[in-house]
Each structure stands twice: as C-alpha cells, then as structure tokens.
Design a protein. Structure first.
Length: 485
C-alpha cells in the first residue's frame, strides 16, 4: 500500500486541478452564454420592431390601394340599400380572393359608409350590416377624414391587426372607407419565432392573446398554460408590459423562470398603431437551453479529469508490477543469502532486472570461489507501445442607386407580389447553378433581409421605393439596389 502513495497523490492532485478547471471554465462560459442570449433577445426586439413598423406601413398602403378600386367606389353609386349591401358583399369577396392569391388573405374585409357604419362585408352579406365602427374605433374616423391608418382592435373577442383607408371620389371627397383585418394568432407568433430565432408573444388590453409556445402534447397547438404564465409576468409580477407601454420604450432584459426553464425577456410597445396604446410584444430566449452546452462542456472536462485519474492509477499499478515486484523477488534472494542460504541462485525476474540477477549470481560465485554461472545474452525491448445558407450571405452592393432608365421603369412597374418571388427564384437558381448551399433558405428570411435594407436605403436616398437587381461576378452573388423615385 505504501508503494501506491505516489499514484494516489497524483490522482488527488489531478482531481483537484480538474475541479478548479471545471469551475473556472464553466463559470466563464455561463457568463458568456447569458450575455449572448440577452444580446440575442435585445437584437430580436429591435428586428421585430423594424419589421412591425414596416408591416404597418405596408398594410396601410394596401388598404389605400384597394380602396381606390373603381368597383369599391361603384358601391356608393347604388341608391337602394339592399343593392348597395349586396354590391359591397361582392366587392369584399372579390378583393379578398385577390389577396388570397397574393398570399395575404384577410380575415375580415368590409366597406363602411361616410358615418362609419358597415355597408357590407365578406363571407356573409347580412353580417354586421349597420354596425357603427366609428363610435368604437378612432381609426375609422381618421380614415373618414382622408388618411389611411393601421391599428389593433379587439373585435368579436379576437385581436386583429386592422388597416382602414378612405374611399375617395374623383374630387377627393370621402364617401366612405374600406377596412381589412387580420387575426393575430399563435400561427402568426410561430411564423415570427422562426424568423427571429426567439420565442415571441403578443399582448393587448392587459393580457397575452397569442404566443409562439407550442404544446408538448400537440405541436400544432399553443401552450396556453405558458402563455398565461407569461401574461402574469407582464401584468402582475414585474409588470414589464406596464413599464414598456408607459415609457413607450423596450424594457431592460429581465429573467423569467417557467416550468424549470429560465428565459431572457424583453417587452416593447407595438409601433405604428394609430390609436391603440395597449398593445405590445415580448421576445424571449431560453437561457437554460443554451446552458445545456455549458453543462456538456463541464461534463467533458470532468470526464477528461476522471480519465486522467484512471490513467494515473493504472500507470501506478503497471509501474508496481513491472518494477516493484521484480525488486521484491531480488530482495527476497538477498534475504535468503543474509539468512545463510549461500547456495541461492537468483533467477531472471524480467527484462529490466535480468542483468542485475546475473551480476548477483556472478558476485556470489566469485566471493565463494566457485565457477561462475553462464550468462545468456539479453535483448532489451522498448515498447512504443501506436454548409447552410444564411442571410449574411446576401451581399448588398454599395452604390448610389442609379440604374439605366429601362431597368428603373421595369422594376417600378413590377408589382410587389411578383417582384419578391421572381427575385427569390433567380437567387435560388443562381446559387444552385454555382453549387452554393441552399439548405435553410426561407422566403421570410429572404424578404426580411431585403425589406430592412430597403427601409434604410429609402431613408438615406429620400425616395419612395428601392428595388434590387441580382448581380453575379464569377462565384460572387450580390444585390444591386436601384432607386425608384
């Protein structure tokens, strides 16, 4: 046991060093991971704020453009109330079918008269006729004053994003308004989660009405329990929603625990609403999930430390077996001679001590004056023993936005519903042609990248529209911005 002390001491030192290294590394990694997750949440909040603001402008522009359609104005030429109601129903149905073909189908489309009452709507020609929306929603009054707006309403016990635009005669007098409404649901939240790479929830009028959390039992359904817990955080616990709505700014990153999972959380007010000041959104990212990588790294360190200890102990045992055991046998022979057994002959006890055994036998033979034992040659042997696609890949050329007149005219005349699919198709085809990865691509990520860039360039160049042209130089693909006045 005494001869194992060196091995045990080495094992103890390795264990202590492993523990110190584990604590130092994992603490540093935990701090780094927490900062990274908090930065990701803050960045996701900024990205969604910009996307939401841009989306609000697009919805108001959509409503304004649709309200200018001759068919809409023709509804107000009907003098018979029943005929006007039927005409409004047919126009709303036709408008929503067009939106459906463009992938933007609304949940409600309605035409309002000059007093803000519903003349007719889609789905059911008799539904909500005569309902006074102006009395309840200020956005309708603003539209009837000639300005298209976007707002958030609770209507029929569901929260909607609403765009209302005036219906104008040739002399720019307002005869009514047209309204488009989209229900904000868990499906909306889940689509934004995939875009932001964080969980997201939407709150309005004191509660969370939709979130991207999915049920563990059915991935197609929202986790209502977690959404309720999130609502308590926003309005009962730390009251993050109250702070965000009161100050009109995002909250600092907060920590929230739910079902054993820690999240980094930021709440912010929804931008671009005309009258509603009770709506906002909250973005969350799991710190616990990211910490799993830290725990895995810590386990690897402990495993390596344990392996080193085992190696040290095995090396100690092997050393004892290779060196200590042969020496013990030689020591026993010396004890035999000391005890008087002068005829004792040391036998080979291993390659490392075979020469010593022979030397002791020769020494004893010469001391005793007898014939030396024969010495066999001893050979000493030494044992040697024996890519996905990312949005960052979209390079935007730095230009002044000028392009040939033909190019500007072609891009300016192309409808947005055709422009994005065409550009996306050209980009995918070019990537495939050049043998570059396309896995992981999505239309949402592609459009979000271009939309955010367009918004910045429009402000920089003070123009109404910015479009892009795909440019290929060798194996380098880039997007050249074109300014359209």
């Amino acid at each position: 046991m005494q001869r194992m002390k060196i091995g045990l001491i080495a094992a103890a030192i390795l264990a202590g060093l492993t523990a110190l290294f584990h604590v130092a590394i994992t603490d540093s990694l935990k701090q780094s991971v927490r900062q990274s997750v908090e930065a990701r949440v803050a960045r996701a909040q900024r990205v969604y704020r910009d996307i939401s603001q841009l989306s609000g402008l697009k919805l108001a522009n959509l409503a304004s453009g649709r309200a200018r359609a001759p068919q809409v104005l023709a509804v107000f030429d009907k003098t018979d109330p029943a005929a006007r109601q039927q005409a409004a129903y047919e126009v709303c149905e036709a408008q929503n079918q067009q939106l459906k073909q463009e992938g933007r189908k609304a949940d409600i489309v309605a035409i309002l008269d000059a007093s803000g009452k519903i003349v007719g709507r889609d789905l059911n020609p008799n539904a909500d006729v005569g309902l006074d929306l102006q009395a309840k929603y200020p956005a309708v009054g603003q539209a009837l004053h000639g300005t298209a707006v976007k707002d958030v309403w609770t209507w029929q016990e569901r929260v909607h994003e609403v765009a209302v635009a005036p219906v104008l005669k040739a002399d720019n007098s307002v005869v009514g308004a047209m309204m488009f409404a989209w229900v904000v649901s868990a499906v909306t939240a889940q689509a934004n989660r995939d875009l932001l790479d964080t969980e997201i929830g939407f709150f309005h009028d004191g509660k969370v009405y939709a979130s991207s959390f999915v049920s563990s039992l059915d991935k197609s359904k929202e986790d209502v329990g977690k959404s309720q817990a999130l609502s308590n955080l926003l309005f009962s616990g730390e009251k993050l929603a109250e702070g965000a709505l009161k100050n009109g700014t995002p909250t600092p990153v907060a920590s929230w625990g739910s079902e054993g999972i820690e999240y980094a959380v930021v709440a912010a007010p929804s931008p671009g609403n005309f009258a509603d000041k009770t709506s906002g959104f909250v973005v969350l990212a799991s710190i616990s999930e990211s910490m799993a990588d830290v725990h895995a790294a810590g386990m690897k360190i402990l495993s390596l430390g344990l392996l080193a200890i085992i190696v040290a102990l095995v090396a100690s045992v092997m050393t004892a077996r290779r060196f200590i055991a042969p020496l013990d046998k030689i020591e026993l022979g010396v004890a035999e001679v000391i005890n008087g057994n002068i005829d004792y002959t040391w036998k080979p006890v291993g390659q490392d001590f075979e020469g010593l055994s022979n030397s002791l036998n020769v020494m004893m033979a010469r001391l005793l004056g007898r014939e030396e034992p024969s010495e066999d040659a001893v050979e000493e042997e030494e044992d040697g023993g024996t890519p996905t696609w990312k949005a960052e890949a979209m390079v935007i050329d730095e230009t002044d936005g000028r392009a040939p007149v033909e190019t500007v005219a072609a891009l300016g005349g192309e409808h947005e519903s055709a422009y994005y699919p065409r550009l996306y198709g050209e980009y995918v085809a070019t990537l495939q042609k050049l043998g570059q990865p396309t896995d992981g691509m999505s239309v949402l990520a592609f459009m979000a990248k271009l939309s955010l860039t367009e918004a910045g360039l429009r402000e920089k160049w003070e123009c109404k529209v910015v479009r892009f042209v795909l440019a290929v130089r060798g194996s380098q693909i880039s997007f050249r911005p074109v300014k359209i006045s």
